[in-house]
Design a protein around this ligand. Sequence first.
Ligand SMILES: N[C@@H](CCC(=O)N[C@@H](CS)C(=O)NCC(=O)O)C(=O)O
Length: 328
Amino acid sequence: MLIDGEWDPDARLATDDAGNFVRQHTTFRETVSPDQAATHPVESDRYHLYVSLACPWAHRTLIGRQALGLEDVISVDVVDPVRINDGWEFSPEKEGCTPDTVNGTEYLRDVYRTADPTFTGRVTVPVLWDREKQTIVNNESIEILRMLDTAFVDGFDRPFTLYPDEFADEIDSVVEAIYEPINNGVYRAGFAKTQEAYESAVTDLFEALDHWEAILDNQRYLVGERLTEADVCLFTTLIRFDAVYHIHFKCSRQRIRDYPNLWNYLKELYQLPAFGDTVDLEHIRTHYYTSHGDINPSRIIAMAPSLPLEEPHNRDRLDGGPPPEFIG
Ligand SMILES: N[C@@H](CCC(=O)N[C@@H](CS)C(=O)NCC(=O)O)C(=O)O
């Protein structure tokens, strides 16, 4: 991480006294606004995303960008999936990676330093960059996803919304309900430093998955008949589960493929372009197995499981469905 703008490769992920993984809070929390007098007014070709295709948090923003038709409005650079001593870096020669086309840096930490030369904290993706103000607007995925949906509206050719007003409260509560046990829960299991901390995390995780498995028996999406932001947030964890979390993070009770409803739900989402096109299982597997030396010191990448995501799903039996614009 960066400490006062200096890179410290030995600073480790935080755990509390009981061995529980504690996620740090993100620090850049500004917003792109439809108000042209704001610090970061909405504008085409001004904002840029730095992502890793491996990262479930960054993946949310890529799905939002494509689903909301903002690919020509917001540019993207992709870091190297292997993150070792120098943190996220740009390796344009590698498949699926790009250079830093905006700031020309070699390491993402230098983008953080440009925004704040005395920055202290972890250098994480996603990052939403403002070319005009030469700074980071925001590095919290749910806020970036929401901003794409709510700020880039007037003057943009927007097919639909992932955050419809009439469901806003419900979406907020589902996003919050899945965050701790599922989205962050897989990390709490994987980075636990004691048996108790691990067991508590996997128990919460599978209880929450069991709960949503039951809901999805009668309901097409997490908040009902409409596909929303909440589904984006669950998808990016589910798509990594069988190939990575089940093995690398010891989320071993069962796979998503063993849950009939979650598996069919995952297949349905995967088959929508904004979801499927943004999945890179090579970057995902490479990143996790090579980048956490403390839990996989050999850095051997586990063989890819069979994941027939293109096979038919049975979600048409339920009311609702993706908006036609989504099908592409
Ligand atoms: N709360 C942040 C979390 C982002 C995050 O933890 N990203 C990971 C990649 S999956 C990262 O960049 N980690 C680098 C590090 O912790 O040093 C969000 O949702 O955007």
